[in-house]
Design a protein around this ligand. Structure first.
Ligand code: DGL
Length: 276
């Protein structure tokens, strides 16, 4: 067993979307230090194969561990669906079994039962997340009576990554995918935004979604779940560095990251480049 390391919470996403999770983590748990790593140079992950997503995610988690993070949150559904289990089962025991890597699908799924009346729900996600079947599989464990329809929205992440989330193009693609999902199951009364990029399109999604359909972004759920986890695991909580700061790393150009991330977060940030 390696000596306990005190360090920041690592938050990883393929790109900017994980900032929507980070924002809520910092709201609910402001006392800790964070390192956000966006693999913007290789985003999007959504249409990549299982093995590629696993290898990319593995590299970023290893990097965050090297920086001293005792705990890493995969703020990416695609990585949570395709890489989390392998990392937890095969890599973590070799790297350092006392550290933790947490995903965001399980905490989201746990909330589903209390949010639907019709017991018909929709999941918007990347091709990778929807194709993995992770949401229906996990939901069936907790709420076997709930009918789940997954729908991939391949254009939504590129819209967000390119800062087009408020453009006429976004109107077109958001309406198109909502219409397709509801045509597939008109009984749906809630949808999970199962991709961390999608909250950046939330205003458009609300505009085109019938008002009786609840829209569930993940940030608050994931943040509350982490707070609960840390209460139940004081040995991990004690290893987290306090200070309230956040360091931003990107595999792309820091200037590009800084400008997009500042507008997503509504605050000016500094970013550094990292090679994986
Ligand atoms: N933000 C990621 C997710 O939650 C994936 C976006 C992508 O890289 O395709 O699935």
């Amino acid at each position: 067993m390696q000596p306990a390391v005190k360090g920041p919470i690592g938050v990883f996403d393929s790109g900017y979307g994980g900032l929507s999770i980070l924002r809520d983590l910092r709201r609910v748990l402001p006392q800790y230090d964070y390192v956000f790593l966006g693999d913007n140079a290789r985003a999007p992950y959504g249409s990549r194969s299982f093995d590629v997503v696993y290898q990319f995610t593995r590299q970023t988690v290893e990097r965050l561990f090297t920086m001293g993070c005792p705990l890493v949150v995969l703020a990416c559904n695609t990585a949570s669906a395709k890489a989390l289990r392998n990392i937890q089962q095969h890599d973590l025991p070799l790297w350092d079994p006392s550290r933790r890597v947490l995903g965001i699908i399980r905490p989201t799924v746990e909330q589903v039962g209390s949010l639907t009346t019709t017991r018909h729900i929709g999941i918007f996600g990347t091709k990778g997340t929807v194709g993995s079947g992770s949401y229906p599989i996990e939901i069936a464990k907790f709420f076997p009576d709930v009918v789940v329809t997954g729908h991939a929205c391949p254009m939504w992440v590129p819209l967000v990554e390119n800062g087009e989330y408020d453009s006429p193009g976004a109107d077109y693609f958001v309406k198109k995918e909502i219409d397709a999902l509801l045509a597939e199951d008109p009984l749906i009364d809630m949808v999970i935004l199962g991709c961390t990029h999608y909250p950046l399109l939330e205003a458009k999604i609300r505009q085109y979604m019938p008002s009786h359909v609840k829209i569930v972004p993940q940030g608050a759920i994931v943040a509350d779940s982490l707070a609960d986890y840390l209460t139940r695991h004081p040995e991990m909580e004690q290893r987290l560095q306090r200070g309230g700061g956040c360091q931003y790393l990107t595999t792309e150009s820091p200037a590009m990251f800084r400008s997009s991330a500042s507008s997503f977060l509504n605050e000016e940030i500094e970013a550094s480049h990292v090679d994986l």
